[in-house]
Write a protein that binds this ligand. Sequence first.
Ligand code: UDP
Length: 327
Amino acid sequence: MGTVLVTGGAGYIGSHACKALRAAGHLPVTFDNLETGWQDAVKFGPFEQGDLLDRGRLDEVFAAHKPFAVMHFAALSQVGESIAEPGRYWRNNVSGSLNLIEAAIEGGCEQFVFSSTCATYGDQDNVVLNEDTPQHPINAYGASKRAIEEMLGDFGRARGLRSVIFRYFNVAGADPEGEVGEFHLPETHLVPLLLDAIDGKREALTIYGTDYDTPDGTCIRDYVHVSDLVDAHLLGLDWLQAGKESRVFNLGTGSGFSVREVIDHSRSVTNRPVPVVEGARREGDCTKLVSGSDRAVSELGWQPKRSNLDQMIADAWRWHQTGHYER
Ligand code: UDP
């Protein structure tokens, strides 16, 4: 038990991680610049506003709280935006992470849990995406995350930093108790956009591409519940606290759903019509991203509990109707 610095703790996944850390007896200290996060989502420990590009601010926070570990969620994470504005991705994600890693090591903190992504694999038809699959990202978002993975490896060899790297597939759902949930402005993710279309907050959901080489022509993704995802982070922390070596884990279920299938499930879970229009492909999207490994299950003992699609949509729907944050 002890203090964990959670970068991006005011964001979607980070806020759920803070809740899980607190429930496990740790003290989560949120470090967030509130560019995309919400102060209202910081409910489970102290808040330190700051930017990863401000090394002096990071040093102050490490000195003040003396965390034994870092969970690093803070990042820009939109594929399309990363193609249009690659500089922001390299600067915020890569330079920001370099500052954080150096501040952590100099602050005496040598355990690091990092949010990476299946976007580091890129578009690899008919290849099982396991942790040893060579990474060929096709957008600046994936490339920036791969660079940070490499950076963690270099600092591990040079300075003894130990890391658990999680490559997320598609995260969805919300805290089953409704304390925190997903709320982005602007929203870009499939499930919350679908729910917006269902309850009239937007005219329709646009399907980004219907001519992909998949059974129904739409992209396939592997969806994992945010509560299960953060459970894995706690297990990652246990792994590091037990003195184990740095390790990479995919976090997905191994089941893929097309955009059309997610639409169908949303219709049946909410029992409402879903206004949909078919549109062009979104630049940078991979055809299919499904985890081909259960390493997190076999090595960490991870047991996803809520990661079936209907449960994820039901939890997201409940949050969608009751929860939101304000600036
Ligand atoms: N998608 C879509 N319409 C939208 C948003 C997303 O068809 O308005 C598709 C997108 O092309 C991808 C899937 O839904 O195949 C998941 O996209 P999301 O942005 O949620 O996550 P990503 O896979 O980019 O991390």
